[in-house]
Design a protein around this ligand. Structure first.
Ligand code: GRF
Length: 228
């Protein structure tokens, strides 16, 4: 056998730094919070469906390749999602992080990244899926509100929950004050959840979230069990 080259091994290197791609549509403050957290992950690209998303400039200034897949150039969701997937896969990413990405994704796209794609939503799911969450929370008269990080599954804002943070609804709150209070918490829990995901400390197994070595941060609720 001497002198014969060994075939390249197909075993993935689990110790390798994980790569993520962040998808945005606008301001990009959650994306920025992830960048600021200096996580031990490689942020391979930031992709927007909106050419003038403010977050693209932030990414560029931080030397993260910005990229645009403009949804208006497509006549149907399938075609848009197909090109978006091609763009994501160009970076050979491990995980896809939706950070204010305002497009409903097709089931085929979601299935393709099952267990590898997460989202942040500005309410305590399953309350207030969809848009205008802060207005609807005020109208409903809830006393606590918050945000949720979840795995993305088919169905809008309905995937298994990874982490939630709560805030009080205060007398005199309007949509803006409540949104600002929630956003502060989004910026805490989303980088934390990205870290857990990339370190293999949170996984989607048979449709449920499984944690290992995850301790609750103060004010962050992680369901169902910790430290086991
Ligand atoms: C955030 O409130 C996020 O929860 C929701 O969209 C908003 C995006 O804000 N999905 P930003 O672009 O991260 O500043």
């Amino acid at each position: 056998m001497a002198g014969l080259a060994l075939p390249p091994t197909a075993i993935p290197d689990e110790s390798k730094m994980k790569k993520i791609v962040i998808l945005i549509s606008g301001r990009g403050s959650n994306m920025e919070a992830i960048l600021n957290a200096r996580l031990p992950v490689e942020i391979a690209a930031v992709i927007s469906n909106e050419p003038d998303a403010k977050g693209l400039a932030i990414a560029q200034a931080r030397k993260i390749p910005p990229s645009v897949v403009p949804h208006r150039a497509f006549t149907n969701r399938e075609d848009f999602d197909g090109v978006l997937a091609m763009e994501i896969n160009r970076y050979q990413t491990d995980f896809v992080v939706l950070a204010g990405f305002m497009r409903v994704l097709t089931e085929a796209f979601v299935e393709r990244y099952s267990g590898r794609m997460i989202n942040i939503h500005p309410s305590l799911l399953p309350s207030f899926p969809g848009l205008h969450t802060h207005r609807r929370a005020l109208e409903a008269g809830v006393r606590v509100h918050g945000c949720t990080v979840h795995f993305v599954t088919p169905g809008v804002d309905s995937g298994p929950i990874i982490a939630q943070a709560t805030v009080p609804v205060l007398a005199g709150d309007d949509e803006d004050t409540l949104a600002a209070r929630v956003l502060e918490q989004e910026h805490r829990i989303y980088p934390q959840a990205v870290r857990w995901l990339c370190e293999g400390r949170v996984q989607l197994v048979d449709g449920a979230v499984v944690y290992s070595n995850v301790a609750a941060a103060r004010g962050t609720v992680i369901s169902p069990a910790l430290d086991d």
